[in-house]
Ligand binder design. Sequence first.
Ligand code: SF4
Length: 384
Amino acid sequence: MLRLQTPLPERYRDASPEALDEMIGAAKATLGERLFILGHHYQRDEVMKWADARGDSYRLSVLAQERPDAEYIVFCGVHFMAESADVLTGDHQAVVLPDLNAGCSMADMADLDEVTEAWESLGDVIDTGELIPITYMNSSAALKAFVGQHGGAVCTSTNAREILDWAFTQGRKVLFFPDQHLGRNTGIAMGYTHDDMRVWNPRFELGGLTPEEVQASTFLLWKGHCSVHQRFSPAHVDAFRAQHPDGIVIAHPECSHEVCSVADQVGSTDFIIKAVAAAPAGSTIAIATEIHLVNRLRDETPDKTIISLDPLICPCSTMFRIDGPHLAWVLENLVEGRVINQITVDPETTEWAKVALQRMLDITQGNPVEAVRDPATDSRALPV
Ligand code: SF4
């Protein structure tokens, strides 16, 4: 979804990297503790070097929540992340997204109208009292609120398995959105089969399914995907293994099941970072995730060879919109007392989105599950 971003003033558009660094550094020094800059793992280095905290979307929102003294939270990430930070932070705090066009193509694949319509259609063929909606963190605040109102929970790629385990104590079926791959990979790692799953295509009546297919399925997986992670293919794994027979393949669970089923390890960005750290020195590791994280791991892990599983670069093009000029622009305006590009979630949506996020916290508190499939350590992992 394209949001309306006003054009960047010339002062920032034409500035050299050195001049931008000066502007950002000076604004940051002036704002001091009033400012907290968050940098998602997929951000480019010119932005990341100014971040007060790095992490995945959920961790960054929680870190923002833990800084009630910070008046301004500048989220170098994408739109749904800034919304989550606004949901979790106080009314006295302003969350700023440096470029409003930094969206997430996956999050935009499911909107509130489509999900509400799907829920109503499903109610014609099954008892929705037995259907638990689960939304991935990568979704709008409106969808998190829908899930909160309908007895479901949010999940992350770190805890999807645990959240789904919980869902099946609450009902008999799950409607999982917006990423079909995370839902499928997690369900299969839990012991379900492809026959237990159906893809819900919001473009068709009843998701393109027959009433019997809906009734027979355990997982209804929304037809959504991440364009970055869907690029990886089993052919990339074959090509890497032909060159590096002892190499390790680590895939993010937003990749297709065909890739995850042949990877050595599958897990969230946090899991990938830890898996790289835990690999023996001298290892060659191919990673199937966004290129900025892969390159940063390569630079920060000189005793191992780290490469992208796809030799063609695959950046997240929406996240890439956040750059030095936009960061300098919003920070200098904050110094002048002008809050531009503030992301605000309305109070009712905030209340219900918090319910869904809190359920996730209650379910996972003190019991983290990190790998979707790590054959080395996970006895429940399915043979592939
Ligand atoms: S990498 Fe994929 S899921 Fe993540 S923000 Fe970009 S488009 Fe969205």
